[in-house]
Write a protein of this length. Structure first.
Lengths: 332, 292
């Protein structure tokens, strides 16, 4: 249980918009062409142990989806490497192929992630048949089993995705991922596009499946409440970097990074104290453009306790107890 | 097995448009006539023994030496025009379908491949297609037919070359939109190979716009073939398609023997219009923005 399982070492991902023909000619002739590079993920190192659920939390646009795709092996990092049990998860080259079936993904939008022209049963059975996990004859039984496990009627196998609600579709997407018998499940905002009442059902399904299957999970979400329910450890991401990581109870109980604190304070709660509504404190300022992130600590322009050092020097993750925070002011 | 409800709803919508329904019936009658020609045509126009020069250039309604009525008259060789049209339609439709099917396969593969692989492959394929689309199809087909000579294979080659670019354009547009959807990402992250992703997921989802283009392009192929045969560069005289029938009667137009050209022309126009009307309706129904 304690062995390091999935390991991301100093992973970075940069996106540069392709230059137009005119810009390329200008660059070739020595012109000054502005190249706008986005550092979606900037030097992230993470480990996930077998059986553990790691939550990845951050605002929209902080790079958590990109990091999830890199961790799942469906996108190659610009720098760094992702290993599963010491083996790289994605091949080299300009058009790299994912090398493992042991990591599967559940996507955010179940209305987009299921092929509208395929029957539910074919959607679930396609991967296992393609990888020889099941014979074509036995596929129907496998589909029925997984539909049952995610709480759907096995007779739904012959229906098309458009006949289902969002929550049902997400169950199908989960069944599709799990039918591949993955060791790690990467969930990219799997409840974000569902109604709140449905969210609870899907969260419960994840909890139940974790119990039954001992799933290892990377659970990406912007919802701190959902993550707290599901995850053992939590990583907080801001503008491409991990700012704090540690055991869930430590992060929620004693946040060390000012961004984590601000994030926790900004969560609306169903609590009324002293007969008055609690006023939530939104984080001041806007998420800076990832095209030109602030120097030093990315969070300093919005940080209530920023000092001169934060504007020039990138803080490293410092471990203290069960958690690490990337803040110059974090206690060690 | 019952029909999928989507298909039933599609048919109900289609039926609601009287013009399209009429066009579908007209097209079906024409195609049935062509398919059943050897059985129902009064005369086998390929059988030279059945022709009688005494019956040549007779007007519609003439009772020929074989004893039956030539409802649409006879041509210069004494052939029954109605029978000639039915057999001519067979060739025209056959050429149109063959050219359309090959152009669809070739164009869709190129367009989808361009969208799937992206980068330089996409740029190369799409620029070649843009270049080709800047020439009129008739010009390309004419030049190719003249170069390749007469014959069915040559004609189909010329038609395909003139038309695949339209399919490629459409397939590329549709595939570029589908390429970035999550279900493709899901298939790639399973991982499934490029072959299954393209043929099992990408291509089937690009089919609706391609079907629409296919109906229009089959009609275009038929009219293109008729044009080439009319000009004498399409099929050899042993394969009398509608275009050639029109050409055969053309010299008699001014001498009052209109029926030799006019009736094959009407058959051609009716076929092309009915295909186009059906295609228009299908396109309207497949366009989600027009869904009521």
């Amino acid at each position: 249980m304690s062995a390091t399982f999935l390991e991301l070492s100093a992973v970075s991902k940069r996106f540069s918009p392709r230059l137009s023909l005119g810009e390329r000619i200008a660059a070739a002739l020595g012109g000054d062409v502005e190249t706008r590079t986005v550092h979606a993920v900037d030097g992230v190192s993470l480990t996930i142990k077998a059986g553990e659920a790691l939550g990845l939390v951050g605002e929209s646009g902080c790079g958590k989806t990109t990091l999830g795709r890199i961790a799942a092996g469906s996108m190659a990092p610009s720098e760094g490497i992702v290993r599963l049990d010491g083996v790289p998860v994605i091949g080299p080259g300009p058009h790299p192929r994912k090398l493992t079936t042991r990591i599967q993904t559940v996507f955010q939008d179940p209305f987009a992630s299921l092929d509208p022209r395929m029957r539910i049963g074919d959607i679930i059975a396609e991967g296992p048949i393609a990888h020889g996990l099941v014979s074509k004859d036995a596929a129907a039984a496998l589909v029925g089993e997984w539909l049952g496990r995610v709480g759907l009627d096995p007779s739904f196998a012959s229906r098309y995705p458009h006949m289902f609600s969002g929550g049902q579709r997400q169950r199908v997407a989960i069944a599709r991922a799990l039918a591949m018998k993955p060791d790690i499940l990467v969930c990219d905002e799997p409840v974000a596009s569902l109604d709140v009442s449905i969210q609870a059902q899907i969260v419960n399904l994840f909890l139940q499946l974790r119990r039954e299957l001992g799933l290892t999970m990377l659970f990406i979400s912007h919802d701190l409440g959902v993550v707290r329910h599901i995850c053992d450890r939590v990583a907080i991401m801001y503008l491409g970097r991990i700012v704090e990581i540690g055991a869930a109870e430590a992060i929620y109980g004693d946040p060390r990074h000012p961004y984590t604190r601000a994030l926790l304070d900004s969560v609306p709660k169903l609590v009324i104290e002293d007969g008055t509504n609690v006023v939530f404190k939104p984080i001041q300022g806007e998420l800076p453009s990832p095209l030109s992130p602030p120097r030093g600590c990315h969070f300093h322009p919005r940080c209530p306790i920023a000092m001169d050092r934060c504007r020039g020097e990138i803080p490293a993750l410092k471990a203290s107890g069960t958690q690490s925070a990337a803040c110059h002011l974090a206690p060690t | 097995m019952t029909l999928p409800p989507a298909l039933v709803a599609f048919w109900d919508d289609f039926r609601a448009n009287r013009v399209a329904l009429g066009a579908l019936i007209l097209g079906a009658v024409i195609i049935a006539g062509a398919v059943l020609a050897p059985v129902i045509a009064p005369q086998n126009t390929y059988d030279i023994a059945s022709l009688n020069l005494m019956d040549a250039r007779r007007p519609p309604g003439f009772v020929g030496s074989s004893g039956y009525v030539h409802y649409l008259g006879t041509d210069a060789q004494g052939r029954d025009v109605l029978s000639a049209i039915m057999f001519g339609l067979r060739i025209s439709i056959q050429m149109g379908l063959m050219a359309g099917a090959i152009a669809l396969t070739l164009g869709a593969t190129l367009g989808v491949a361009a969208a799937y692989f992206g980068g330089r492959t996409e740029m190369l394929i799409m620029r070649i297609i843009d270049l080709q689309l800047s020439f009129p199809a008739i010009l390309l087909a004419l030049v190719l037919s003249a170069l390749l000579g007469q014959g069915k294979t040559q004609l189909v080659t010329a038609l395909v070359t003139a038309q695949y670019a339209y399919f490629a354009r459409t397939a590329h547009g549709a595939a570029s939109a589908e390429r970035n959807k999550d279900y493709i990402e899901a298939a790639l992250s399973t991982p499934l190979g490029p072959g299954s992703v393209v043929f099992r997921h990408l291509l089937p989802n690009c089919l609706p716009p391609l079907i629409v283009v296919a109906t229009v392009q089959i009609a275009n192929a038929i009219s293109l073939e008729a044009t080439l045969s009319f000009l004498g560069v399409g099929l050899p005289v042993t394969e009398p398609s509608l275009g050639m029938l029109i050409a055969n009667g053309f010299q008699y137009m001014m001498s009052g023997r209109y029926w030799i050209s006019i009736y094959p022309g009407i058959a051609l126009i009716a076929l092309i219009i009915s295909i186009n009307l059906v295609g228009d309706q299908v396109r309207d129904q497949l366009n989600p923005r027009l869904k009521r």
